[in-house]
Design a protein around this ligand. Structure first.
Ligand SMILES: [Zn+2]
Length: 280
């Protein structure tokens, strides 16, 4: 039996059954029994400074750990100047809002190959982050990470190994695991306990210390040869299975946050949490 539960669960955005905005959703998440929530900036960072600053004390009071998801328009592999500017601006706005809100990470999808190799994308990302870093220090943004999420399609830059490489090489970047995407992109099988066990051992080996406080997304997924189609709820035989993952997380004493990106947001976050807690 593992000694302590170290994983927090939360929803991607405001839980369906919570009324009001993000502020009310923090207390509501707490009342539902959840310990995390991801702010959704996927269609633009619209959170104003004064509202963001109200989230921090609430998240501390209700013990709900915050993170955010940066806009979808980010593409670190872009060579076009305008697109590079859009990427930098959206990443900067996301980390700025995170700093105000007391969120520890702004998750982003690294980019699209569009004919470029993985190595070229890596170089472009590195140089973009060099410029972003300057802007972040100008705005006195410290301690907030940008989370390179493992992406779901083969046309996207952001495989498990590519995200691990970014985690290693760019100080401002942390790896974010999306289990459904690892499966749909063909990066890792995620079929049973042994797959999960090997996956997390691989991550721990290549990103030492990460599994003590990881950040991850979970949902089930519908996919084709090209990868991700759409997210599915944690029901029936929808892949990947969540139960063996909960067992592996509990038994290894891994710690961190799992955000439910299922269409059933908080219902499935609670479903995972319930399963996870059966191992204590
Ligand atoms: Zn995402």
């Amino acid at each position: 039996m593992p000694k302590r539960n170290r994983v927090r669960f939360g929803s991607a955005g405001i839980p369906h059954q919570c009324e009001g905005g993000s502020l009310e959703a923090i207390e509501c998440s707490h009342d539902l029994g959840l310990g995390a929530m991801e702010l959704e900036f996927v269609r633009g960072v619209k959170l104003k400074e004064e509202n963001a600053k109200r989230l921090k004390p609430a998240s501390e009071k209700f013990d709900v750990r915050l993170s955010a998801h940066a806009p979808y328009w980010v593409n670190c592999c872009a060579t076009d100047k305008t697109k590079q500017e859009t990427t930098k601006r959206n990443l900067l706005l996301s980390v700025q809002a995170c700093q105000w809100a007391g969120a520890r990470v702004a998750v982003f999808h690294p980019g699209y190959y569009q004919g470029k190799t993985s190595k070229e994308c890596f170089k472009l990302t590195k140089s973009l982050f060099k410029k972003l870093k300057t802007q972040m220090s100008k705005h006195k943004i410290k301690g907030v990470k940008l989370g390179a999420e493992t992406v779901g399609k083969k046309s996207q830059y952001g495989s498990l190994d590519e995200c691990i490489e970014l985690h290693h090489s760019v100080k401002e970047i942390m790896l974010v695991l999306d289990f459904a995407h690892l499966l749909s992109r063909g990066d890792w099988p995620c079929k049973n306990e042994s797959d999960y066990s090997k996956l997390l051992a691989y991550v721990e080996k290549n990103a030492p210390g990460y599994m003590k406080d990881f950040h991850a997304h979970f949902s089930c997924i519908n996919y084709s040869e090209k990868g991700e189609r759409n997210h599915l709820p944690l029901e029936g035989k929808n892949p990947p299975p969540y139960k063996p993952l909960m067992k592996v997380l509990a038994e290894n004493g891994y710690g961190g946050v799992i955000i439910s990106e299922s269409p059933k947001l908080e219902i499935d976050a609670l479903k995972m949490q319930k399963e996870y807690l059966t191992h204590f």
